[in-house]
Ligand binder design. Structure first.
Ligand SMILES: Cc1ncc(COP(=O)(O)O)c(C=O)c1O
Length: 387
């Protein structure tokens, strides 16, 4: 039997309706969207443009402002490297401590090339203070990169406030919206967003397809192409377009419905309350009021998260970002909100999704509580904590 899947922030299962929409483009509709001299190619191009329109609409952008990429990591690389290379040799970038490594490592790479990077701190709930963004601005600041919602602790940032500050100061604003696209309202115009990265595999679409929104006027964002060879996507990202993936991304977003958040929120509260009713020492990391409806991140003081996860055989969950689980360092996100190493190593993320049921959450609560109780019983460290 498959485990109960509570790792939806790492990736979501593909919705069967998405798979169904993609299949014809893996069989009879196999044309290359750049082969406009025959009907198969023209059909592929039409299909790509249809999806591009749907995806643009989702964030109130223009279709020509959407660039297809292999995923959000590539979108973020294109945004940061592309903007920096277009602008000048050196300058200043502002970002914040709980960003995904796609942003932090790319900023690191820019630092090695001579750019100055300011990494803003967050409060104990993971929020960035808009005043700190304003205070960090310098004459040579080119870009501010702040995520919409965090992948480990679910904290939602006040994006519109940062956008306003950036626009007022003539600085470009990049938003990593991987965890919010299709889940929270995003209007790139109202929020003054110049660049935005999103990916299909967090919204029940296929892996390997993402997008970068780049504003086309007032201001027009100029990018240096990072993948060259053919000048696709208006010379912003070369490579044959994966039509089936693009169809899947577009279909996935048409299925997203904000009302899903109510159901997720119900399941989220059920799991939080169900665990805390039995294990009141569990500590919920992140914000209570500005939080994604699908995220739960608990620290279990004195217990080792890896050991707990191995024992929770019926549940698929993670110790934090899937992308850094190969790393034995404690999560940079949990450290940024002030957790000591030991507490960070005791933390588990349970992330919910469209296909989770109340019955599954009931079973998950039982299993989590059972494992916590048995590990506590056998843990001298825990026994000490309770004397
Ligand atoms: C917040 C955030 N940013 C960026 C990424 C990278 O996205 P992709 O897997 O499409 O490269 C992820 C996915 O793990 C994410 O959660």
């Amino acid at each position: 039997m498959n485990p109960i899947y509570l790792d939806n922030q790492a990736t979501t299962p593909v919705d069967p309706r998405v798979t169904k929409a993609m299949i014809p483009y893996l069989s009879e509709q196999f044309g290359n969207a750049a082969s406009i001299h025959h009907s198969l190619g023209r059909k592929a191009k039409e299909t790509v443009e249809h999806s591009r329109k749907i995806l643009a609409n989702e964030i109130n952008a223009r279709p020509k402002e959407i660039i297809f990429t292999s995923g959000a990591t590539e979108s973020i690389n294109l945004a940061i490297r592309g903007v920096c290379e277009k602008n000048m040799d050196k300058g200043h970038i502002i970002t914040q401590a709980t960003e995904h490594k796609a942003v932090l490592d790319t900023c690191d790479a820019m630092e090695k090339k001579g750019w100055d990077i300011t990494i803003l701190p967050v409060d104990d709930r993971g929020k960035v203070d808009p005043h700190s963004v304003k205070d960090a601005m310098r004459d040579d600041t080119v870009l501010v990169a702040i995520m919409h919602a965090n992948n480990e602790i679910g904290t939602i940032q006040p994006i519109a406030e940062f956008g306003k500050i950036c626009r007022k100061n003539g600085v470009l604003f990049l938003v990593d919206a991987c965890q919010s696209f299709g889940k929270l309202d995003i209007d790139v115009n109202l929020m003054h967003i110049d660049l935005l990265a999103a990916t299909a595999h967090k919204i029940y679409g296929p892996k390997g397809i993402g997008l970068l929104y780049a504003k086309s006027k007032d201001p027009k964002v100029e990018l240096v192409e990072q993948i060259t060879g053919g000048g696709h996507e208006h010379r912003r990202r070369s490579g044959t377009l994966p039509v089936h993936q693009i169809v899947g991304f577009g279909r996935a977003v048409t299925i997203c419905d904000p009302s899903e958040n109510e159901e997720l929120s119900f399941l989220q509260n059920m799991l939080i309350n169900g665990v805390m009713a039995v294990h009141s020492d569990a500590h919920l990391n992140g914000s209570t009021d500005h939080r994604l409806a699908n995220n739960i991140n608990f620290s279990f003081p004195g217990l080792d998260a890896e050991t707990l996860i191995i024992k929770m055989k019926g549940i698929a969950c993670s110790t934090g970002s899937a992308c850094s689980t190969a790393n034995l360092e404690p999560s940079h996100v949990l450290k940024a909100i002030g957790l000591k190493n030991e507490m960070a190593h005791s933390s588990i993320r349970f992330s919910l999704g469209r296909f989770n049921t109340k019955e599954e959450i009931r079973r998950a609560i039982n299993e989590i509580n059972h494992v916590l109780s048995s590990v506590k019983e056998n843990s001298p460290r825990q026994q000490l904590l309770h004397v």
